[in-house]
Design a binder for this molecule. Structure first.
Ligand code: AMP
Length: 283
């Protein structure tokens, strides 16, 4: 099957309806484009597990704050289509903003608690924008499975909770984080980094690895683990730490004593670029 690209909701619905009529399993990978090997891992998994693998490419204005990088977010549909073709995707849905939001959206999806701390505290409204656009994409494509990266752990928790709370009839499939050889998690925003910033960036992963190691050694105090990890980050003059937290994997709430599997998450700024990453930790 060759790759087809559509830009309207009507065309997308038409293509998936045809597949559904034929009893084919539909997989969806929601993305904002500027695709890299991290996205590739999600798409390849969707291709393996579905008969119709759909990739959505949409830079969703609703999830960007007024001072964030919506305008400068990298966009290159031709390159993205070539990637999707290489990875074996069947359909790309790449709507314009006016197609997704023809009028101001008065209806939004708010996933309380899971959305509130961590990135949610520093990006007010971000997860409302994410949950709303993802629910719209689920309603348009009606996939059997949707694929999300563990790289965005809080986003994954928000989508899982929305899916459970609203009885959405699909499976949410988590996909492990794909990293550069030096440990830096792949991200569309890595291309904002200059050479010096890029060289510093893997410190984020090293700080998370240290937290993971301390927890595996049996350290139970979250404060102690955080202090050590943050001091590694602070040793780099280019880095500003936004947060470093240790949370319960399901509800994203900070824990004081590490007695169950947790996730260590961090957000940092390097120059004008914000990077996030996380690692699962087992005591
Ligand atoms: P984005 O285009 O940044 O919105 O990401 C689209 C999807 O790809 C999300 O589910 C992300 O979590 C996932 N993703 C982004 N980077 C990576 C990565 N390095 N490894 C695995 N998944 C990723």
């Amino acid at each position: 099957m060759s790759l087809e690209a559509v830009t309207t909701i009507a065309e997308a619905r038409d293509r998936v309806a045809e597949a559904r009529r034929d009893g084919r399993a539909i997989g969806l990978v929601p993305t904002m484009g500027a695709l890299h090997a991290g996205h590739g891992s999600l798409v390849r998994k969707a291709v393996q597990e579905s008969d119709l693998a759909v990739v959505s490419i949409f830079v969703n204005p609703l999830q960007f704050g007024p001072k964030e990088d919506f305008q400068r977010y990298p966009r290159n549909l031709e390159t993205d289509l070539a990637c999707c073709r290489d990875w074996g995707a069947h359909l790309v849905f790449a709507p314009e903003t006016a197609e997704m939001y023809p009028t101001v959206s008065l209806t939004t999806v708010e996933v309380a608690r899971v959305s509130e701390g961590l990135c949610g505290a520093f990006r007010p409204g971000h997860f409302r924008g994410v949950a709303t656009v993802v629910l719209k994409l689920f309603n348009i494509i009606q996939p059997d499975r949707a694929y999300f990266g563990e790289k965005d752990a809080q986003q994954l928790a928000v989508i899982r909770r929305m899916t459970a709370d609203l009885n959405l009839n699909l499976a949410i499939v988590p996909v492990p984080t794909v990293r550069e050889p030096d440990g830096l998690a792949m991200s569309s925003r890595n291309r904002y980094l200059n050479a010096e910033e890029r060289q510093t960036a893997p410190v984020l992963y090293r700080a998370l690895c240290l937290a993971q190691q301390r927890i595996s050694e049996g350290v139970e105090s979250a404060v102690a683990v955080k202090e050590e990890a943050v001091s590694i980050l602070r040793s780099q003059p280019l880095i500003r730490v936004e947060y470093f937290e240790i949370v319960d994997a399901n509800d994203m709430q900070p824990v004081a004593n590490i007695l169950m599997p947790v996730v260590a998450l961090a957000a940092i700024w390097i120059g004008s670029t914000r990077l996030i990453d996380n690692l699962r930790c087992y005591g």
